[in-house]
Design a protein around this ligand. Structure first.
Ligand code: UD1
Length: 419
């Protein structure tokens, strides 16, 4: 079983350049299906989910290959409009291919994505939106059969601002006749990145980053060269690492405007943070203090993906911090593991109450999901002795090379592959 071994107690110092955003590149890879040309992606992170998307694209008849640091995708020909169950299982966000496949091929067959370690992952809003655009969708034995020889623009009001549904509908709308208006759209920066990619391909999309996204469909799209935005959750991880361990670092490429809820919490805990057009610098020297309630919410609220990371920081802060998780049902699984390291956490449904302790100690802990696992590594940086984080494959889903980046900051972390 692969694991990370961390020797805690080392202050961090140095500079890291941020990888491209996982949550941005996955919808962009699906969006390449909308054009019949060649797409060159820069700052594309080398992640398992990217490999899985490349396998899906190849299965559909496209080519997807690394050319040095860049990823080249050729979508001139598509030979099938179906994603096998095996490929669907490799990547939970594969539902994002649905809108693009419908727009390009007029049909799609995929297996139902199912749940994940964060709880159920429904796609009812995606399907309702696609139906409003004229798609016929039927579910049979866990498989979704979708047909839409002609998609048409529609006025869609999302019941909640789902990131995936907003993206899926934006992609379908590019291939629909007429105008699609998505109201109560998610406002995450990754949606803005998707819009910028689509516009670079010749699409008419506007409003991403606000609650209303408008797509004028039917434009023939062409390939482009595009640079993926830097990963704000990876930035939140390294900010949390420095905040926890103490020290000083510069995150090159990080954009504070994408992270205001996180930097506000870390400042309130006592860190000094400065963002400019080159990146974000952080200095953490004082003892940490508890912060006012942290409530996860859709962007620009506090990101659910940073909840575990900032919890790791506050385990040793003086006072009590209350967390409220409002996006996913099952997102405190890291808390039990943190308690093995000496943390004091009580969970009441959606609420977690963290009482700061003076010290954490290293322990053998298990990564149960991507960000929760990364948060255990962050906590380990400040713990006395060695922390062993097992099941590290969860973490590797979102970080190109966690040891490379944390070592660049002087952390003592080692990756031990499975025997
Ligand atoms: C995306 C991110 C994920 C992040 C999440 C919330 C990607 C690849 N993943 O996931 O890292 O944690 O946003 O910021 O970008 N929901 C429904 N019906 C739907 C769709 C969603 O009820 O049809 C619910 C979900 O169960 C969840 C909430 O809406 O409770 C938010 O989900 P959503 O914004 O869709 O998250 P994802 O796009 O899956």
């Amino acid at each position: 079983m692969s694991q990370y071994l961390i020797e805690g107690g080392q202050k961090l110092r140095g500079e890291v350049t941020l990888q491209g955003a996982k949550n941005s590149v996955l919808p962009i890879l699906a969006a390449t299906l909308l054009n019949k040309g060649d797409t060159l992606l820069r700052r594309c992170p080398r992640l398992r989910d990217v490999d899985a998307s490349m396998r899906i694209l190849r299965h559909l008849g496209c080519t997807a290959e690394w050319k040095g640091e860049e990823l080249e995708i050729r979508t001139g020909e598509i030979s099938r409009a179906e994603i096998t169950d095996e490929l669907m299982r490799e990547m939970r966000s594969s539902a994002i291919f649905l809108g693009a496949m419908l727009a390009r091929c007029g049909e799609a067959k995929i297996s139902y994505p199912g749940g994940c370690e964060l709880g159920p992952r429904p796609i009812d809003l995606h399907l309702a939106g696609l139906r409003a655009m004229g798609a016929e969708i039927r579910e049979e034995g866990g498989t979704l059969y979708c047909r839409a020889p002609r998609l048409r623009g529609a006025d869609i009001v999302l019941a909640l601002p789902s990131v995936g549904a907003t993206e899926n509908l934006m992609l379908a709308a590019c291939g629909a006749e007429g105008v699609t208006k998505i109201s109560n759209a998610a406002r995450e920066p990754e949606i803005r990145d998707l819009q910028e990619f689509l516009v670079a391909c010749g699409a008419r999309v506007r409003g991403a980053g606000t609650s209303t996204v408008i797509v004028e469909g039917g434009e023939p799209l062409h390939g482009c060269t595009y640079t993926v935005m830097p990963d704000r959750i990876v930035a939140a991880t390294y900010l949390s690492a420095v905040a926890t361990a103490g020290g000083e670092a510069f995150l090159s490429g990080a954009r504070e405007e994408h992270l205001l809820a996180v930097t506000a919490a870390l400042r309130a805990a006592g860190c000094h943070i400065r963002g400019d057009e080159r990146g974000i610098s952080i200095r953490a020297e004082e003892p940490l203090r508890a912060v006012n309630m942290i409530r996860t919410a859709p962007y620009p609220g506090f990101p659910t993906d940073a909840q575990a990371l900032v919890m790791a920081v506050l385990l040793r802060a003086e006072g009590v911090t209350v967390f409220e998780e409002n996006i996913f049902e099952n997102r405190y699984r890291h808390a039990n593991e943190m308690m093995r390291m000496g943390a004091e956490i009580r969970i009441f449904g959606r609420v977690a109450v963290v009482t700061g302790v003076s010290a954490l100690h290293g322990a053998a802990v298990q990564a149960t999901d991507l960000r929760g696992g990364a948060a255990l590594c962050v906590a380990g940086l400040a713990a006395e002795g060695q922390t062993q984080v097992t099941d590290s494959h969860h973490i590797d889903r979102g970080y190109e090379d966690l040891t490379r980046d944390l070592r660049a900051l002087g952390a003592q972390i080692r990756y031990c592959p499975a025997d």
